[in-house]
Design a binder for this molecule. Structure first.
Ligand code: SF4
Ligand code: SF4
Length: 356
């Protein structure tokens, strides 16, 4: 509530952000260090049981091809063949998800950009035609938005778009995103936000930035102010919170001055093991939608197994119980994206209960 108020306040007065942002950051860090999410064991057990009984998010990788080469991303290390999922396979998958009962649908690939897929909007429309498909979302670098058209995308039935980019100047963007597309991305970002406003904001848009330190230059840039004005809220910068991609990325690969996210212990399973499934372009299914670059968490293939059988099957049960016994999958033991299940349950208790 307070966070939302501050965010909207800063959205109205972007000129004060260079002065207020460091204070907000300090308060946020203090708050996180004293906040310890708690829940009684019975409620936690009940919510965990609900998650185990039913898949809530199907993440379909419509493509694993990317048009950027971000320094902080493991895209350059992936070994899986690259490709774009056919409309037929995508439609068949959605149909099976509908038969299962539906739920949220994410189109964010492990690595890759959904807008590279020329059929993305047809796929979203296909999914949206089913009432049991709830929220449709994806993350993108926005480089290829102009190929689809902002209005086409915003009226396709998508609910959330998460934009990852860098704002400030062309050189910084090229260093971090590995391609010389700064002007194109800024034009696409402003068109997306402006068109969404004109349409009455049918889509929730989040923007998060990857920038070099110091951030003062970002906050005082004309592009940053324009984006904040159009979005109507503060736009945050990922700050010392980067993923190490199980050791493939080094701290010197991050935007200048940044550090990796820190993980203290891994006593309980990662929230990702209860969150959803990711279907790869070739039909393989992973239990982790974020970091499984080595394929350590593959639990089935949609050409052979049903969603129900995969979600309630032995492969997933084995990974979860092994973790409880202290046997953490190799990828997870090296991954700093880890987040404890208990915190996820506290933050999402109403949502979990409602969606069952
Ligand atoms: S972070 Fe996203 S945009 Fe950048 S290379 Fe990786 S997949 Fe592509
Ligand atoms: S620890 Fe990392 S790799 Fe393992 S499930 Fe969590 S996010 Fe995925």
């Amino acid at each position: 509530m307070m966070r939302d108020f501050v965010s909207r306040f800063l959205g109205r007065f972007p000129r004060v952000i260079p002065f207020v942002a460091p204070v907000v950051k300090t308060i946020k860090k203090q708050f996180h260090s004293i906040r310890k999410p708690r829940m009684d064991p019975d409620t936690a057990g009940h919510l965990k049981g609900l998650l185990e009984s039913r898949l809530r998010v199907l993440d379909v990788e419509t493509t694993n091809v990317c048009n950027a080469r971000c320094s902080f991303c493991a895209y350059r290390f992936r070994k899986r063949p690259s490709g774009i999922m056919s409309l037929d396979l995508f439609s068949a998958l959605v149909d099976r998800y509908v038969v299962y009962g539906g739920g949220d649908l994410s189109l964010t690939p492990l690595v890759g950009d959904p807008l590279v897929d020329k059929d993305l909007i047809r796929k979203i429309r296909r999914a949206r035609s089913h009432p049991s498909i709830k929220e449709i979302s994806f993350a993108t670098n926005l480089i290829a938005l102009d190929r689809h058209g902002a209005e086409n995308l915003l009226t396709s039935g998508v609910n959330w778009i998460f934009v990852s980019t860098s704002i400030g100047n062309r050189d910084m963007y090229r260093t971090i995103y590995g391609v010389d597309k700064y002007e194109r991305v800024m034009a696409n970002l402003f068109t997306l936000l402006k068109t969404n406003n004109e349409l009455g904001r049918p889509v929730s848009i989040s923007v998060s930035l990857r920038c070099s330190k110091p951030y003062r230059k970002v906050f005082s840039s004309a592009h940053y102010r324009r984006a904040v004005e159009l979005l109507g809220r503060y736009i945050s910068i990922i700050d010392d919170d980067y993923v190490n991609w199980t050791g493939l990325i080094r701290e010197e690969d991050l935007p200048a001055g940044n550090k990796f996210r820190r993980v203290r212990d891994r006593k309980e399973p990662c929230e990702q093991l209860y969150h959803g499934l990711q279907v790869h372009v070739n039909g393989d299914v992973s239990l982790c939608c974020c970091v499984d670059i080595h394929g350590d968490l593959l639990v089935g293939n949609v050409h052979e197994d049903s969603i129900e059988d995969i979600w309630r099957g032995n492969a997933i049960r084995g990974i979860r119980t092994a973790w409880d016994a202290g046997n953490i999958p190799r990828t997870c033991s090296q991954c700093n994206m880890y987040a404890p299940l208990s915190a996820f349950l506290v933050l999402n208790r109403d949502r979990i209960a409602q969606r069952n």
